[in-house]
Design a protein around this ligand. Structure first.
Ligand SMILES: Cc1ncc(COP(=O)(O)O)c(C=O)c1O
Length: 381
């Protein structure tokens, strides 16, 4: 059946300001829920991103009417015009965040407003319409509540949430879409941690470039990386270490931000990651690691350019303590072996129990997995 729900508490403060004339406002308070009559059996173990929960959220937009009523409905296929701008010109963007079940059984999201903000920036760059971030978060919260049984009760698994925003203009003209669809799907995710990873670095491929879209989570950024990823696989490496420019700047690893924990050229202990200069995806995990490390104030924390040359001399001189990648999908992934496509490869020791990334991982667990310490970084569902 179809029923209209009351606004959730997250939305209530915005309800009064709502007017459908305001084309940027996504009217979460009108959310309609259409429950599935046949719920799926929840599988025990699944490959990431293959099995989705029973419901999805979708909201349509068009240039004349603005945002339409958000709908939570049974998970199912989309019907798209074959000329749809997302399919032809990659007018598409997405987000990725996770919801965890704490020891107290409550569900928690991690800094979701940062994802909403990043999604807004991607939308602007993709010429897709603005939306009310807290209204969307309120709708996502409602979707999680409906499918809450999908958040694993035991172990360290969680639910991965994939907000997606596509241009649905039914025309082959290369232009700003007059129609769009924002939808949110969710799938179970296991835990990935203490994984050693081989990275393949070859300057012949570039993930992102200055003036491009690398700092937005747009689908086209990812489709274009598959070829290099496949080549990395042929060298027995799992991911690509993305380099940029003549000086082979280290930018990202696979779909992770990269950190070096080392004794730098000046002899100082430093945690360093490349700066947000347009070619780096501003990771929520990256930001959180920087925030935490700055609060600790135990070593220098820098957003600075890092080159392969600097990394290689640090390795030779045994100044590198650890190199690791960070991202929501993998939480914090430790990098074991890195191989450079051009001339040589090098080995990093396995992550020690006292390593910085192991420590960050423990904090990560305490915060979201178990909800042990109250934090303004966690958002209760
Ligand atoms: C290219 C890229 N870098 C870094 C990240 C990590 O970002 P976050 O920590 O927000 O998951 C992601 C994943 O979202 C990504 O796609």
């Amino acid at each position: 059946g179809l029923r209209v729900l009351n606004s959730t508490s997250a939305m209530s403060s915005h309800v009064l300001n709502h007017s459908h004339q305001d084309l940027s406002s996504l009217p979460g308070s009108d959310l309609v829920v259409q429950l599935s009559t046949s719920l799926q059996r929840k599988p025990d173990v699944v490959d990431f991103g293959t099995v989705f929960t029973d419901h999805m959220l979708s909201v349509e937009w068009n240039a004349n009417g603005g945002w339409q009523t958000p709908l939570i409905r049974p998970f199912g296929d989309l019907s798209l015009h074959p000329a749809c701008s997302a399919l032809h010109y990659a007018v598409e963007l997405f987000e990725g965040l996770k919801v965890y079940r704490g020891d107290d059984k409550r569900l928690r999201l991690f800094r979701p407003l940062l994802n909403m903000e990043r999604m807004s920036k991607s939308a602007k760059r993709a010429c897709l319409p603005a939306f009310d971030q807290s209204e969307l978060l309120g709708c996502i919260k409602r979707l999680i509540e409906i499918d809450q049984d999908w958040v694993p009760h035991l172990g360290s698994g969680c639910l991965y949430i994939r907000p997606t925003f596509i241009g649905t203009e039914p025309s082959l003209g290369v232009k700003k879409p007059n129609r769009a669809l924002l939808y949110v799907i969710m799938c179970q995710a296991g835990s990935y941690f203490n994984t050693e990873l081989s990275l393949w670095a070859d300057p012949k491929y570039t993930r992102a470039w200055k003036g491009g879209t690398g700092d937005c989570k747009m689908g086209g950024n990812y489709g274009g990386t598959l070829f290099a990823q496949q080549e990395a696989g042929s060298y027995d490496c799992q991911q690509v270490l993305w380099l940029y420019g003549e000086d082979h700047q280290i930018t990202e690893g696979g779909t992770m931000n990269i950190f070096l924990h080392w004794i730098n050229e000046d002899g100082d202990e430093e945690l360093a990651t490349p700066p947000l200069d347009g070619i780096i995806l501003p990771g929520v995990t990256r930001q959180s690691i920087l925030d935490l490390a700055r609060k600790w104030d135990e070593f220098k924390v820098s957003e600075r350019y890092l080159t392969m040359g600097q990394l290689c001399s640090a390795l030779k001189q045994q100044r590198l303590k650890e190199m690791f990648g960070s991202g929501t999908a993998c939480r914090i992934l430790l990098s074991g072996l890195a191989r450079c496509g051009f001339s040589f490869f090098f080995c990093l020791g396995p992550p020690g129990d006292k390593s910085l990334s192991s420590n960050l991982l423990r904090i990560n667990f305490a915060l979201f997995q178990h909800g042990r310490s109250p934090s303004d970084w966690t958002y209760l569902v």
